[in-house]
Design a protein around this ligand. Structure first.
Ligand code: ZN
Length: 400
């Protein structure tokens, strides 16, 4: 099947032929009456295309049309068209051909290097793309874009220190704050060090993460992890306490760990008290705590059990299935049994739907992802605080 690029190349050959014909017709006055023959080169190029030999046609085009001031834009347009269509090898061939010109102006060389770097990125050749972006980041009019691309590459390669360096340079040049992004890079380094058992480096990186503004609660969470790993349960509890006081969405992530830390300490009374205090000032946090408890099967802490009961009794969609009036008036024994059944059913439903959703692009996942894999923003996912009944229904319809 001829592709869009085949047609574009065919168009280019025809244009070149027409230009040649026009020049022949009006340029050579002495042969006024006889139309010049079509140049054999164009016919050869077209012939390749008619036989669907796109690569040969491209080579022929590159041989025929030298890179100069008049034709360079055509080369760039053709290159970016090939890349957009996913024909990266051809885009690379064109951009390398431009760079090979010895008399190229430095601005055009930078443009060609930048285009080639994007081709490599597109082809997944990260090392080659990195090399070119590093060169452009040292000084060219593509400095800012090169640094942005470098951050993206280092994120993919988990080269966090290099990502920090590129991010800081970008902050200075671009004039925008990347504090949150850089704080996450430090958290990544801290978690990596902690995994390797190097806790003093891990603490150092968390400190760095928490020195910028805005702060990420991930820093406190990572510090708590380090404390737990080093058997410093008291510090872990103190940090978890701070997370509760901040009454942010991060409780959805931290609650199971917080409960485990208090249980290891021998009593969950302190947790019960801390949560009650927090809920007094922030009653809207109740459903998030309830939903988190339902998903993680956290039972036996009075304040959390109360949140879950409230949640079940006040969930409007549930009233379609459960007779709330009967439930409220039932004796304690049968009430708790009925609530337990609803709770188990909700946990099953919740497990079948994504829990976290990106506020920027809508990407959703079961686990919290600090960086959205779709839009690549940091810390843009938020947890759902109720069962998404519409999603559950959609899910069951598409699966049946
Ligand atoms: Zn996103």
């Amino acid at each position: 099947m001829p592709t869009e690029s085949t047609f574009l190349l065919a168009g280019l050959f025809l244009l070149l032929a027409a230009a040649g014909w026009a020049m022949g017709r009006f340029g050579e006055r002495d042969e006024e009456d006889a139309p010049p023959p079509l140049n054999i080169d164009y016919l050869k190029g077209l012939n390749f295309l008619l036989n669907e030999q796109t690569d040969q046609a491209l080579e022929h085009f590159l041989e025929m049309v030298r890179v100069d001031d008049k034709t360079i834009e055509t080369h760039f347009a053709l290159g970016s068209l090939f890349r957009r269509r996913g024909e990266v090898d051809r885009a690379i061939r064109i951009h390398q051909n431009i760079i090979a010109r010895p008399d190229l102006a430095s601005e055009q060389r930078d443009q060609a290097l930048f285009s080639l770097a994007k081709d490599y990125l597109h082809a997944g050749l990260l090392d080659r793309a990195e090399k070119l972006f590093v060169r452009l980041a040292e000084g060219s009019r593509y400095q800012v874009q090169a640094l942005e691309n470098l951050c993206r590459i280092y994120e993919q390669e988990k080269e966090w220190q290099k990502a920090i360096d590129a991010g800081q340079k970008l902050e200075t040049l671009g004039g925008q704050s990347l504090a949150l992004q850089i704080a996450h890079y430090y958290c990544e380094l801290a978690e990596k060090s902690a995994r390797e058992g190097d806790f003093s480096s891990a603490r150092h990186y968390v400190k760095k993460a928490q020195s910028g503004r805005p702060r990420t609660m991930r820093g406190a969470l990572t510090r708590a992890h380090i404390a737990r790993e080093t058997d410093d349960n008291k510090t872990a509890i103190r940090l978890y306490h701070r997370i509760i006081d901040e009454h942010t969405y991060i409780i959805a992530e931290a609650l199971p760990e917080i409960v485990a830390a208090y249980e290891r300490d021998g009593s969950t009374d302190g947790l019960d008290k801390a949560l009650r205090n927090m809920l007094q000032g922030n009653p809207e946090m109740s459903s998030l705590i309830a939903y988190t408890a339902i998903i993680n099967n956290i039972v036996g802490i009075p304040v959390i059990d109360d949140c879950v009961d409230d949640y079940i009794l006040n969930e409007p969609t549930l009233s379609e299935f459960v007779d709330i009036h009967d439930l409220t008036n039932a004796d304690e024994g049968s009430k708790s049994e009925a609530l337990q059944k609803v709770r188990a059913a909700l946990a099953k439903l919740a497990a079948a739907t994504p829990r976290y959703q990106c506020q920027e692009c809508g990407f959703s996942s079961q686990r919290l992802l600090w960086q959205c894999p779709s839009c690549r923003n940091w810390e843009t996912q938020r947890p759902a605080s109720r069962v998404q009944f519409d999603t559950v229904l959609q899910h069951s319809i598409t699966n049946h």
